[in-house]
Design a protein around this ligand. Sequence first.
Ligand code: UTP
Length: 273
Amino acid sequence: MQITQAILPVAGLGTRFLPWTKAVPKELLPIGNQPIIAHLVDECIDAGITDICFVISKGKEMIPQYFFENPALEEELEKRGKKHLLEDLQRYKEVDFHTVYQDEQHGDGHAILQAADWVKSDTVAILFGDDLFTSDDSGLTQLIKAYDLIGEEVAMLALENIPKENTSRYGIVDVEHEHDGEPRLKKLKGLVEKPQPEDAPSTLGIVGRYLIPQSTFDVLPKVGASGGGEIRLIDALIEQMPDLPVYGYECKGTRLDTGTPEGYQDAVKAWKN
Ligand code: UTP
């Protein structure tokens, strides 16, 4: 099935990058020759996404603005014969960008919920900006290929095999079985948010890419209490597990975590344009 819509929740306060994030969203920090958010949008375009919704908070308008058309600038570049710069700007013309606001930061699931009315397709991709993948196929493309192997409505989560001592930083999956012929693809029977290593059902951690069905948007408003007041996507998927097949795909390549200053510095060094 062709997946054409993606939500990019980027409304977080970015406290780990203060005081930088008082003035500039962390998603606009550069990696290689463009900001982190542009790598995410490229990942969407490469995977066939044509409709992108940013979930932002007040003060982060620069994120969608990066992708908007700028006719006056384009005219000037045309006049000056700067064709390559013009082409670079125009590659976003194929995509419909939409923006919604999350007025208060009540969690990743709450951010996604702000885009509920915009979702028109049966399945939508979610990309969290802190995670980038270095691999021939992007994280999202790998998930979509795995999704196509199943051939029915499921939720699909990107997984990474992480060191056991780090389980308390991730959502960790409990595997029911591997898919015949594709051992990276796992049918899941449980999800545990940030367990201590001794309680973790595996060392497979959920990383920033998801494919979720429309039905998840009906469940999200009901899961607030269990998340300590926050609405978390993982809690909605746990709630749905009895009725919805949930799969994970252990992505190939290296995942770069740009969400901390140290991780960001490592990502800058590791990224190859
Ligand atoms: P984080 O937990 O990394 O939060 O969110 P953050 O605000 O970005 O950064 P710190 O922890 O304060 O340094 C993971 C992703 O979920 C989005 C963030 O923008 C980020 O892409 N998010 C999180 C929201 O959009 N809204 C929320 O309420 C929470």
